[in-house]
Design a protein. Structure first.
Length: 454
């Protein structure tokens, strides 16, 4: 009988529980990565120059090593010292991927707004929002200074230096630049300019507008982008328009969206899709576009994509089918999070509750795709209560924060991250091998989808 309680709790999850668990995981994982992992070029609390800020408790953060940028790869293990958990430096692959980094900054900006809502309720948590704001400024300045080429385009680079960040040597990493990286940089710069604790906000706003001007000037080149890059660019334009309400952005967004969906239809990509992400991202972009502009230009495509997305999940096998003609195929963490985001945006979310919960449990909880899970907040934490009320009747259960079956980082000695890839064997109907390392691109894209859409 003692097993019945946990079983019932696991199987009575709702979509609200799923969203709450993912939010808790994301905010705590980002805190661990950005303040403790040292998986990137670091700075010091002193160099952030916020000691005099009345909105921050210096004693809480004086031992941290905030990231100015994050590296591409590390193993999933954590080590311990007197200051807490950290990652093994010898495992770092020191490529600096622009998309992963700018999405990380966007995630911190989103979390800053969350922690600002705790003003007057919890000084330590409110201080964390202020700290994130300062870290975001330092990160944006780092990208501007170190991750641009001679044409002013943001690109991927590699840290080829040893030891101290002060002697850093970055080399250009071969590969084509991505327009979507420029779009997310535009969004992050503008979003930072709106932060109540921002510094030189007008300069960051102007820089965002400079990038928008570039997009408008070179509009014709945006038609020739690869589908994936153009889809992510549309996502950045949608969110930039949401923040700025800039009419030039709206016009550009309408133009590129119309072209993108037209190409998608002409190539019959619903029937001949290469991966689930393309279908899900197009659906997300259409939903965003129509809700933000009030223009119902793609209602037929929205309906077709909604049907296609629902058909991707094989309820009998309990898996997101990517390649139906293969005996084994891989699924990345961002595949799952983008897919779950699309399902949650469907009009029939309540009817899809079982599919959402089942996909979540099988792919993220049971498969081993998650290394560890941060523990629930203490009962005396305001985060443990509905509307941060601290009232007994508003106490939120553990099912809103953590699955019972996954250990904490302190117990497992594994970082609270999404691993990169799992493989599914269609004949055995089971998940098999797993690539159990940290990949910044996979994690930051997943975190971004959670914070901005769930």
């Amino acid at each position: 009988m003692r097993y019945i309680g946990p079983f019932l709790r696991i199987n009575s999850l709702t979509t609200e529980n799923v969203k709450n668990q993912l939010f808790h995981f994301t905010k705590e994982s980002l805190k661990h990565i950005n303040l403790s992992s040292s998986c990137g070029v670091t700075t010091s609390f002193k160099d952030l120059k916020i000691q005099s800020s009345p909105n921050i408790d210096i004693n809480i953060f004086k031992e941290i090593s905030p990231l100015l940028c994050i590296y591409k790869k590390a193993n999933g293990k954590v080590l311990k010292n007197k200051h807490g958990l950290y990652w093994e430096e010898s495992s770092f692959k020191k490529d600096i991927i622009m998309e992963a980094n700018i999405l990380n900054t966007l995630c911190l900006l989103s979390l800053s707004n969350y922690y600002y809502s705790l003003e007057g309720k919890n000084k330590a948590l409110y201080s964390l929002g202020t700290l994130y704001s300062h870290i975001c400024k330092s990160q944006l300045d780092f990208y501007y200074k170190h991750l641009k080429n001679e044409d002013g385009i943001f690109i991927d680079k590699q840290n080829v230096s040893e030891g101290s960040s002060k002697n850093m040597v970055l080399e250009y990493k071969e590969g084509q630049y991505k327009a979507s990286d420029q779009g997310f940089m535009m969004l992050a710069s503008f979003k930072y300019s709106l932060d109540p604790n921002s510094h030189d906000s007008e300069n960051y706003k102007n820089f965002a507008m400079d990038i928008l001007n570039m997009f408008c000037h070179y509009r014709d080149e945006l038609y020739d982008l690869p589908n994936e890059d153009r889809g992510k660019l549309l996502l950045s334009l949608n969110l930039f328009y949401k923040e700025s309400k800039d009419e030039r952005c709206k016009e550009l967004l309408m133009d590129i969206m119309d072209y993108h969906i037209q190409c998608f239809n002409e190539e019959n990509r619903i029937e001949n899709f290469e991966n689930s992400n393309e279908l899900s991202l197009n659906f997300i972009n259409i939903k965003l576009f129509m809700s933000l502009t009030g223009l119902e230009l793609f209602t037929e495509e929205e309906c077709d994509l909604s049907d296609a997305i629902k058909s991707l999940y094989d309820e009998r096998l309990g898996v997101l089918i990517k390649k139906r003609d293969k005996k084994e195929f891989k699924i990345t963490s961002s595949d799952i999070l983008i897919y779950l985001t699309a399902l949650l945006l469907c009009e029939e979310e309540e009817k899809l509750n079982n599919v959402i919960v089942d996909a979540y449990k099988r792919h993220l909880i049971s498969s081993g795709l998650v290394g560890s899970w941060p523990d629930c907040p203490n009962l005396d934490s305001v985060e443990r209560y509905l509307n941060f009320s601290l009232k007994a009747e508003d106490l939120l259960g553990d099912e809103n924060f953590k699955p019972n079956s996954i250990q904490t980082p302190e117990v497992s000695s594994l970082a609270p991250i999404f691993y990169k890839t799992i493989y599914f064997n269609t004949k055995k109907a089971t998940f098999t091998k797993i690539k159990s390392h940290f990949d910044s691109s996979e994690n930051m894209l997943s975190f971004f989808m959670i914070l901005y859409f769930m």
